[in-house]
Design a protein around this ligand. Structure first.
Ligand code: AMP
Length: 284
């Protein structure tokens, strides 16, 4: 496994591999890796000759200084894990290497999907995400890039980014990896207290219950059910629950035949923000 800190050295290495017609798969991460991240690397390994992983905590996608400062860093362990899944190349640049002296986002428009859910609660978040993803895609120029459905709105934003900026990469979504009790794996889970961790399976349980109700219950009543679940919980505070069409991410109040829907949730456990989502199987 080769490790690069400088983009020019990485670009040189990749250009030699591309001359040999090697297919390149790319997995961007912010480190503090877990099995969800590793599943993306394994998916990349299946369909590419070379898998490139970036570890970079991108400052421009954080709207709260505290969240950025407290983001867990476990580099030594991350490298061990990446080696264990036969990752070929790891890129670990400094903020300066990527942003030079101007640590700011570009401004994008993604047909409104950036303003829903996470966009409403995390000002400027998707401009930051798109800025860093575009920067990495232009450095790595991969054939395929892998993103988790855990951050489903981010996946849709990146698909739009590739389309709008004419980036020749196939953006591939990968399923959510969960702990045994259903909690979606996340680097932030390590910041939960024992009590918060014990309470947190309610997030996925509530999504599953919403999914079970979708064919029999009015959407307004599903919203009321979810609100109730969290109203009485002292450890978990509901930030939003949204049922949306899964391409446009527009919130809906009724379901239409032939369209596909997902339920999305964000919950605060103290100052740890957790998100999750689920596909809603409609029997119509
Ligand atoms: P992050 O390090 O949180 O920026 O995540 C890097 C990539 O891993 C993103 O594409 C995430 O959607 C994906 N990812 C994070 N957690 C999971 C998970 N539990 N299952 C699948 N993919 C995940």
């Amino acid at each position: 496994m080769q490790i690069f800190e400088k983009k020019n050295a990485l670009i040189n290495c990749l250009s030699i591999l591309k001359q040999k017609n090697k297919q390149i798969g790319f997995v961007p991460t912010m480190g503090a890796l877990h099995n969800g991240h590793l599943s993306l690397v394994e998916e990349s390994n299946k369909n590419n000759d070379i898998s490139v992983v970036t570890i970079f905590v991108n400052p421009t996608q954080f709207n709260k200084e505290e969240d950025l400062k407290k983001y867990p860093k476990t580099l030594e362990n991350d490298l061990k894990l990446l080696k264990s899944v036969q990752c070929d190349i790891v890129f670990i640049p400094t903020v300066e290497e990527i942003y030079s002296t101007k640590v700011v986002s570009k401004t994008y428009s993604f047909d409104g999907i950036e303003h829903q859910m996470e966009g409403r609660f995390r000002d400027g978040h998707f401009d930051g995400v798109a800025t860093i993803v575009q920067a990495f895609l232009e450095i790595v120029k991969p054939n395929r890039a892998y993103f988790g459905e855990k951050d489903y709105q981010q996946l849709q934003v990146v698909k739009k980014l590739a389309e709008k900026e004419n980036l020749s990469v196939k953006v591939i979504g990968c399923p959510i990896f969960r702990e045994n009790d259903g909690l979606a794996m996340s680097s932030r889970n390590t910041r939960l207290s024992e009590n918060q961790r014990n309470a947190s399976p309610l997030i996925y349980q509530t999504l599953k219950n919403a999914s079970n109700l979708i064919n029999t219950t009015k959407i307004a009543n599903i919203y009321a059910f979810v609100k109730d679940e969290f109203d009485n919980n002292e450890l978990l505070e509901l930030e939003y629950f949204t049922i949306a069409e899964q391409e446009s991410l527009q919130e809906v109040s009724t379901l239409q035949i032939g369209k596909k829907y997902r339920a999305f949730i964000a919950v605060n456990a103290g100052n740890v923000r957790l998100i999750d989502n689920i596909f809603l199987p409609i029997n119509k």
